[in-house]
Design a protein. Structure first.
Length: 261
């Protein structure tokens, strides 16, 4: 499982940071043929009535899961979305995902008939097993859509080691308690104005050149969560500095659940 480090960077450093990274990186296949070398990531995060996943994150649990539905770019007639579980143990991450057509998403979520709606090749069982795990979490904890998070991503792989991945996530934005039909909604509020997120995923250790760039830009690792930050932006106390989380009774009283389905 890869290790994931995150850094919050002021927007005015974007061009110079990109210029420093570019000699070591190449754009990934999902962005290289687009007019601008980036793509849009759209995720609806699920949580239970007590915001279990939210508080597991801000309280720093070393093992936790995020349940979400993810789509990309602009809506089309043939959109494919993914039922995803992102598991994290300390700094390592693992993803399970099952694809389905966006037009079938409401029927799939109402019926949980993943054998009918999940896209797979003949004899392929992994998407079915991943969908089954997704619905197990949703039904076990009575989870509903809590927040839509959207951002524009520049994604790169290292020239010398394609297992090292670098992403620049810009204009993180969202809305609270979306319906499934709002996955592609763009009437959203910026979560952390003036900042973007640098994420580095690697198998064992950071290469020396990456460490040098991080030090030269005076970047500090953070526990930034797009899900938690967007919930903060809409419902809770908004900290002075992005990436800071403060658990407390006041925030718990401020989180009032409104069904998204």
């Amino acid at each position: 499982m890869p290790i994931e480090y995150k850094y919050i960077v002021p927007e005015h450093k974007l061009d110079s940071l990109r210029a420093s990274l570019k000699p070591f990186l190449t754009s990934d296949k999902f962005s290289v043929h687009r007019e601008v070398e980036e793509y849009t990531v759209r995720s609806i995060y699920f949580d239970d009535n007590h915001f279990k996943a939210y508080y597991e994150k801000i309280e720093g649990l070393l093992e936790r899961k995020k349940i979400r539905i993810r789509g990309y770019n602009e809506p089309t007639d043939t959109d494919i979305v993914f039922l995803e579980i992102k598991s994290k143990v300390k700094n390592t991450i693992k993803k399970r995902r099952a694809p389905a057509h966006f037009e079938h998403l409401n029927q799939l979520m109402r019926s949980a008939d993943f054998r009918e709606y999940i896209i797979r090749k003949p004899g392929q069982e992994k998407p079915i097993l991943d969908a089954e795990a997704f619905f197990f979490q949703v039904y076990r904890f009575n989870m509903k859509p809590v927040v839509l998070v959207t951002y524009d991503r520049e994604a790169y792989f290292c020239h010398f080691d394609p297992s090292l991945r670098v992403t620049l996530d810009k204009k993180v934005r969202g809305k609270i308690f979306p319906t499934l039909n709002e996955l592609y909604d763009d009437n959203l509020v910026i979560t952390d104005p003036g900042y973007f997120i640098l994420e580095v995923k690697f198998p064992k250790t950071l290469p020396f050149w990456m460490i040098e760039i991080i030090h030269s830009f005076n970047l500090m690792r953070t526990t930034y969560s797009k899900y938690c930050r967007t919930v903060y932006r809409h419902l809770g106390q908004f900290p002075d500095k992005p990436g800071m989380y403060v658990a407390g009774e006041g925030q718990k009283r401020g989180l009032v659940y409104v069904p998204g389905l």
